[in-house]
Design a protein around this ligand. Structure first.
Ligand SMILES: Nc1nc2c(ncn2[C@@H]2O[C@H](COP(=O)(O)OP(=O)(O)OP(=O)(O)O)[C@@H](O)[C@H]2O)c(=O)[nH]1
Ligand SMILES: [Mg+2]
Length: 259
């Protein structure tokens, strides 16, 4: 199975992720047999309150990274409901146009009742995708609580998506969502209040980008900012690759980040 995975067999990818989700020891066994990927995947987290446009933005990012020639994996992580709810259905619909692209793998993951294990399962699923040659891995999760934020600790670059008209919510987000963000995206930039929200957030965050995901506006700029953020991560790579296996934990890179 490890061989099939490394050959990029999509059915093997799906199967091994299912094993990991269900805590079947076969999943971890397969991962242990995979050689560390020489290049490593580029793992991007996309989080934010419900309905801010995360899936629409990811749909645009898939297209942009496919244009750059990368194989793209997407994990839509549903923290709240053990049985997948409407949100994930929406996620799939938003990204439907990529369903027939063999270079795009989209997968929903649910907790199946084990809250604490989700970040771990997500990390392992990302490792599966990395082993299968996916160069870019996008992880979507709704950023409303600690479990969701924990999932973001397994990625290299965290994008927090907000919509205009936050008002007092900004204060609450500073203690959670905005604190972990490397890049803040004000999506729905076509809506009233976008300018105010941008201005308020720029007082707080270094990198704030405006997008209109439904029209693809701001995506090129976002890709450039992500690449810039990724460049300093590259400096860590030799160090990361000394370790066998997981190279996705932001916490273990403490001190290497400038912010
Ligand atoms: N006006 C406007 N609407 C947008 C924009 N981006 C997304 N939307 C709409 O916002 C709604 C929610 O978009 P999604 O991409 O599903 O949002 P989400 O954050 O993934 O939602 P959940 O996964 O349910 O948390 C959809 O109706 C989108 O068409 C935008 O830039 N402008
Ligand atoms: Mg979504």
């Amino acid at each position: 199975m490890a061989k099939q995975l490394e050959a990029g067999d999509v059915r093997a990818v799906a199967r091994v992720i299912s094993w990991l989700e269900n805590r079947d020891p076969a999943g971890a066994a397969v991962l242990a047999h995979c050689a560390p990927s020489p290049k490593g995947a580029f793992v991007i987290g996309v989080t934010g309150y419900p309905g801010t446009g995360k899936s629409t933005l990811i749909d645009q990012l898939i297209m942009a990274y496919r244009d750059l020639g990368a194989k793209v994996g997407v994990l839509a992580v549903d923290v709240s409901s053990p049985v997948t709810g409407g949100a994930l259905l929406g996620d799939r619909i938003r990204m439907q146009r990529h369903a027939d692209d063999p270079q795009v793998f989209i997968r929903s993951m649910a907790t199946r009742g084990q809250k604490g294990g989700l970040a771990g399962a997500t990390r392992q699923a990302a490792q599966v995708l990395e082993a299968a040659g996916y160069g870019v891995i996008l992880i979507e999760t709704v950023g409303v609580g600690q479990n969701e934020l924990d999932v973001m600790h397994v990625v290299h670059t965290v994008i927090a998506v907000v919509a205009p008209g936050l008002g007092d919510d900004i204060q609450a987000m500073k203690a959670g969502l905005l604190e972990i963000a490397d890049i803040v995206v004000v999506n729905k930039g076509d809506r009233d209040g976008a300018d105010t929200t941008l201005r308020d957030l720029r007082e707080w965050c270094k990198t704030v980008i405006r997008t209109v995901a439904v029209k693809g506006e701001g995506i090129a700029e976002l890709i450039a900012v992500i690449a810039e953020h990724e460049r300093w991560r590259d400096l860590d790579r030799p160090q990361l690759h000394k370790r066998r296996g997981p190279s996705l934990d932001r916490r273990s890179r403490a001190g290497s980040s400038s912010g």
